[in-house]
Design a protein around this ligand. Structure first.
Ligand code: 9D3
Length: 250
C-alpha cells in the first residue's frame, strides 16, 4: 500500500514515520509513505500555490491548479469516480471534512493507494473537495494550523490496519472502539505506588473475577469520559444501572 502526501511543508514529515509500527510496516515492504512539495507542480518563477479569495476576505486560498496536477501525476487521474474504481483514494484534510473514525480508517486500509492533500492558509479552493478528492476528512473539532498533523494521524491509523502490520501478537479486530467501549484500566508492579493501591482483585489471579472487574471498570470509564459512546452501547438495564451507580460512588 502506498501513501503520497501533498504539502507545502514536506520537511514536517522528517522522521514521524520512522518509529514503531509504521517503521516496521515500511521496513517489511507493506507500506510506502512519501511527502511531496506542492510547489513542484507550479510553473511560475516564484512557485506560487495560493491566491486571494474571490468575494473578499482575509487570508489566502490554495489554488486548484497545482493540487490537480499533483494528484494527476501521483495517482494518474483527476476525477473522484475513476480514482475510486482504480482502488485509489484522494483524501483532502480539512476542518470541513467528515470526522475520521475507525470505520473510515478500515475503508482506507482497503485501498492500494492513498493521496493525502494538506491544506494551509485559510483554506483550499472548493473545486478540490468537489471534483478531485474522494474524501474530505477532519480529525476532530479543534483548530490545527494545517492538514499536516492530520495526515500523520490518518497514516498511523490506517497503517496498523494493513494486514501483517501489527505482527502476530495483536489483532486489529480485537481493539478498543470496535466494540464501542474504552479499554479497561491497566496496572503493573509495584502493587502500591506512593500510597496508591492496585485493585485487590487483580492481584489474586481469579480469572473470572478479573474479567468481571475489567468489564465493569471499562463501562465506568466509558460513561465518565465518553458518555456519547456509552449511550450507544447495547447493555442490559442492569449493567447500565450498575455503571451509573458506581460513578456516583467516586
Ligand atoms: C475552521 C477554521 N477556519 C475559519 C476561517 C480557518 C482554518 C483553520 C485551520 C482553516 C484551515 C485550518 C487548518 N486545518 C486543517 O487544515 C485541518 C484540520 C483542523 O484544523 N482540525 C481538524 N482536522 C483537520 S484536517 C485539516
Amino acid at each position: 500500500m502506498r501513501f503520497d502526501i501533498v504539502t507545502i511543508f514536506p520537511d514536517f514529515f522528517g522522521a514521524v514515520f520512522d518509529f514503531g509500527i509504521v517503521r516496521r510496516a515500511r521496513a517489511a515492504g507493506l507500506v510506502e509513505v512519501e511527502a511531496h512539495d506542492l510547489r513542484r507542480w507550479t510553473h511560475d518563477r516564484h512557485k506560487v500555490v495560493d491566491d486571494r479569495p474571490f468575494g473578499g476576505g482575509d487570508g489566502m486560498v490554495l489554488k486548484p491548479g497545482p493540487i490537480f496536477e499533483a494528484v494527476e501525476a501521483l495517482a494518474g487521474a483527476s476525477d473522484a469516480a475513476s480514482l475510486r474504481n482504480a482502488g485509489k483514494r484522494v483524501v483532502l484534510l480539512s476542518p470541513q471534512g467528515r470526522a475520521l473514525t475507525q470505520g473510515l480508517a478500515a475503508e482506507l486500509a482497503g485501498a492500494e493507494h492513498v493521496v493525502l492533500i494538506c491544506g494551509r492558509y485559510e483554506g483550499v479552493d472548493e473545486r478540490v473537495a468537489e471534483s478531485l478528492a474522494t474524501d474530505e476528512v477532519s480529525i476532530g473539532d479543534y483548530v490545527l494550523s494545517g492538514g499536516e498533523p492530520a495526515a500523520v494521524v490518518v497514516v498511523d491509523a490506517v497503517v496498523r490496519l494493513v494486514p501483517g502490520a501489527l505482527g502476530s501478537e495483536t489483532s486489529a479486530v480485537n481493539e478498543s472502539f470496535s466494540e464501542g467501549l474504552l479499554d479497561f484500566p491497566n496496572y503493573t508492579r509495584p502493587p502500591e505506588f506512593r500510597g496508591m493501591r492496585v485493585p485487590e482483585v487483580l492481584l489474586g489471579g481469579h480469572h473470572a473475577e478479573v474479567a468481571r472487574w475489567r468489564r465493569r471498570a471499562a463501562l465506568r470509564k466509558t460513561l465518565r469520559n465518553r458518555p456519547d459512546l456509552f449511550a450507544r452501547l447495547a447493555l442490559s438495564d442492569e449493567e447500565r444501572a450498575a455503571a451509573e451507580n458506581e460513578l456516583t460512588e467516586d
